[in-house]
Design a protein around this ligand. Structure first.
Ligand SMILES: Cc1ncc(COP(=O)(O)O)c(C=O)c1O
Length: 390
């Protein structure tokens, strides 16, 4: 071979039989060559399992999918390039023209937009209630054939706790499927309930380091097969290198989550004791409306703490701008602490009535607790409150 040819057909080192790298190699390859044309015909035709094109399947991504399915306690998983990609393919796989969806005022904003605007253009109808409106939920599901109930628990940013057993029982009785966006609760949470599909943004706790995006849809082999078919057509593919980074993040997921939740508890206790804070929304506090339910449903109380300051929106601005250890930034579940201040929190698509039901006020700020020392975070919050109320 001439050098130019050799450079395009380089040597590949294989490990001797029976030996393995402790960290699996990253299959950063779009294409896979099979042993001959007959095998290629079988795999391309779907008669035989195997990898041939990374939009359809990739071994590094498959390792991650298997691990996530196991953690969630379900059969199968499709990984995607972001959390919203997972949401979009799950919706498209389950819904058809003429279907009705029940979703909630507290549902993540882009999910509300996908259901209420994008899918509405294709003839999908929806009803939006508050997740706390139990009788409304039962009434709508009894009155109107519903294909899908889409919900979250705890909700973003008010951390309301959905009654999952009640919701899934009611949906099943009425023949509706349920999808739970489980991002806030964590990768192992809520597996004990009869939820049909779980969605996660892997951008948050799974990767943990704020340097990679990803998403996952998890459930029975049959439902996930339908989601994967749409993912293959639409192409929200997770890159193998991103899958590797998420897997690396997962090795410390349990340690990070436990530390973050413990610190969140201390931060919530501190804020609840400060007279300049009107309300602290944290399911771990005994005064939280969903405390008892969260205690039975969740594995922990999460690492998000939402506060309403007693002052004005302007004082909340000073509070956010004074904080040194909480970055004003999107996302959550990272190693560093973050704040979304009220100015960035307001759901602009909701009517005044819906906004009232959401519970978000002009001084609502969401804190995502990182891995810093709890004392340092509390000192930083105290200093920011001092500045805001000086
Ligand atoms: C509850 C929830 N679901 C889904 C997403 C979307 O995830 P991603 O940003 O990875 O697309 C987010 C992002 O904030 C979220 O909070």
């Amino acid at each position: 071979m001439k050098p130019r040819t050799r450079a395009n057909h380089p040597p590949q080192t294989e490990l001797p039989a029976g030996r393995r790298a402790l960290v699996a190699p990253i299959y950063q390859s779009v294409k896979f060559e099979l042993e001959d044309l007959a095998a290629t015909e079988r795999v391309w035709g779907g008669q035989e399992d195997g990898f041939h094109y990374s939009r359809v399947g990739n071994p590094t991504v498959r390792d991650l999918e298997q691990l996530l399915a196991e953690l969630q306690g379900r059969e199968a998983c499709v990984a995607t390039g972001s959390g919203v990609a997972a949401i979009a393919v799950a919706l498209i796989a389950l819904l058809s023209q003429g279907d009705h969806v029940l979703c909630f005022i507290e549902t993540y904003g882009p999910t509300r937009a996908l259901i209420g605007h994008t899918l509405a253009r294709f003839g999908v109808a929806h009803t939006m209630l508050s997740i706390e409106d139990h009788s409304g939920i039962e009434r709508v599901l009894a009155a109107r054939p519903t294909r899908l109930v889409w919900f979250e628990s705890p909700t973003n940013p008010m951390l309301k706790i959905a009654d999952i057993a009640r919701l899934t029982d009611c949906a099943r009785r009425q023949g509706a499927l349920t999808v739970l966006d489980n991002t806030f609760a964590g990768l192992e949470a809520h597996g004990q309930y009869a939820v049909d599909l779980y969605v996660h943004s892997l951008t948050k706790y799974a990767s943990g380091h704020g340097d990679v995006m990803g998403g996952a849809v998890i459930g029975s082999a049959e439902l996930v097969r339908r989601v994967r078919a749409q993912a293959t057509l639409l192409g929200p593919t997770l890159d193998p290198h991103a899958a590797f980074l998420i897997q690396r993040g997962l090795k410390t997921y349990h340690l990070r989550r436990a530390a973050q939740c413990a610190t969140a508890g201390s931060v919530a206790d501190f804020l609840a004791g400060d007279p300049r804070v009107a309300r602290v929304h944290y399911p771990g506090l005994s005064g939280h409306a969903g405390h008892a339910l969260a205690g039975t449903q969740m594995r922990d109380f999460g690492s998000i703490v939402t506060v309403d300051l007693r002052g004005t929106a302007e004082q909340s601005r000073v509070f956010a701008d004074t904080l040194q250890l909480f970055a004003i930034a999107a996302s959550l579940g990272s190693c560093e602490s973050l704040i979304v201040p009220p100015q960035l929190q307001q759901p602009r698509d909701l009517t005044d009535g819906e906004r009232r039901l959401s519970g978000i006020t002009p001084t609502t700020a969401r804190l995502s607790i990182g891995l810093e020392d709890a004392d340092d975070l509390i000192a930083d919050l105290r200093a920011a409150l001092d500045a805001a109320f000086a």
